[in-house]
Ligand binder design. Structure first.
Ligand code: SPD
Length: 370
């Protein structure tokens, strides 16, 4: 990253607003400059300047042949969000992925796995608080909770606000993510210090297969994007395994990508979940500026049993003693945001058929998709 910092000053002039085409200087509006930067490296003459000192979400690879894919991550082809890098703090390859930590100019420290931003110190609250409190505030007195993924500890930090919780299992596959988070993200990794936490380093599918049926009141799936090894975490067998491990009327919150980029994936996940979870199934979302398109969603499901009204939290965070201030003040979540998170914009309702008739889809079994 830093090696390229002095390169491409000539190119920088072009990026400042002018390009020379066939000997003629032409003004280029900044929006077009951005668009130019989104073509593959071989076509984008100014690529090295665009990335000098900036991190952009690539399909990570040091292999030259794959460099063409720099701006073509299969999850968001044709776009890339860049964050200015002040200093690279850590870079290594674990058994599973490339792990990068850098200090950014505007978002504090940033954790990147296989070239994809997982969290930044500035906006992680909007993800971790929502993925935890949306499910845990929707049931009375959650006691047994499982986290799948979540090796940075942020989800654990949020669960620990719930005094009713007695036991937290976390199954994270990558020990390096845990170690790196403990070193560089202590405000998240403090979640591991809670004595209720039981860490299992390994494959979540294996772990769930061995879990007793009906063990968990709540499961939070804090995975990376479903490319590569995380692919199976959005497929039917995985959801079946999750449902088996949940008690009747238990709740699941699963990361479910962006409404702007992944309507097909959302449709698929909702339809799989409707088949499996005979309680209720909903889609909610939050704003995370450093994730592609600036938003990310969640699928919330409950198993058949005591009905769960996700939209109106029965266990409001404000009423749990000490929860709002536990370890650090809540920054994003409150009960008002909770309910608002389930509001579905018209374009999304049109794109995802199961979100269309949100107010009328209550079945006799109480299944409601919205
Ligand atoms: N596109 C990035 C999605 C990342 C989801 N997991 C984030 C981990 C934070 N605990």
């Amino acid at each position: 990253m830093e090696a390229g910092a002095g390169r491409g000053l000539e190119c920088q002039k072009i990026m400042d607003g002018k390009v020379n085409e066939n000997g003629v200087d032409k003004e280029i509006p900044s929006c077009c400059l951005k668009a130019r930067a989104s073509v593959p490296e071989s076509d984008a003459k100014c690529h090295s300047t665009v990335v000098s000192g900036w991190f952009s979400e690539p399909r990570s690879s040091s292999d030259k042949a794959e460099k063409q894919l720099y701006y073509n991550n299969p999850m968001w082809p044709g776009e890339a969000h860049s964050i200015k890098v002040e200093k690279i703090l850590f870079q290594d390859k674990s058994l599973y992925q490339e792990v990068l930590v850098f200090e950014s100019s505007n978002y504090g420290k940033v954790l990147v796995l296989d070239g994809i931003v997982q969290l930044t110190e500035k906006d992680e609250c909007a993800y971790q608080e929502m993925i935890v409190h949306l499910p845990l505030c929707s049931i009375e007195s959650p006691q047994n909770v499982l986290v799948v993924g979540g090796g940075d500890g942020g989800v654990l930090r949020e669960i620990s606000r719930h005094s009713s919780v007695e036991h937290i299992d976390i199954c994270e596959i990558d020990q390096m993510v845990i170690d790196v988070s403990k070193k560089y993200f202590p405000e998240l990794a403090l979640g591991f210090e809670d004595p209720r936490v039981n860490l299992h380093v390994g494959d979540a599918v294996e772990f769930l297969r061995k879990s007793p049926e009906g063990k968990y009141d709540a499961i939070v799936v804090d995975s990376s994007d479903p490319v590569g090894p995380a692919q199976e975490l959005v497929e039917k067998p995985f959801f079946e395994t999750l449902a088996r491990a949940m008690r009747p009327g238990g709740v699941l919150c699963n990361m479910a990508e962006s409404m702007w980029l992944h309507t097909h994936l959302i449709e698929d996940m909702l339809s799989i979940c409707r088949d499996i979870f005979k309680g209720s199934v909903h889609y909610a979302w939050t704003s995370v500026p450093t994730y592609p398109s600036g938003v990310i969603g969640f699928v919330l499901c409950s198993t058949e049993g005591p009905p769960v009204d996700f939209l109106n939290p029965i266990n409001p965070i404000e009423k749990i003693e000490g929860a709002v201030m536990h370890r650090r003040e809540l920054r994003f979540y409150n009960s008002e945001i909770h309910t608002a998170a389930f509001s579905i914009p018209p374009f999304l309702k049109r794109a995802v058929s199961s979100l269309r008739d949100s107010s009328t889809s209550t079945s006799t079994k109480g299944i409601r998709v919205s």
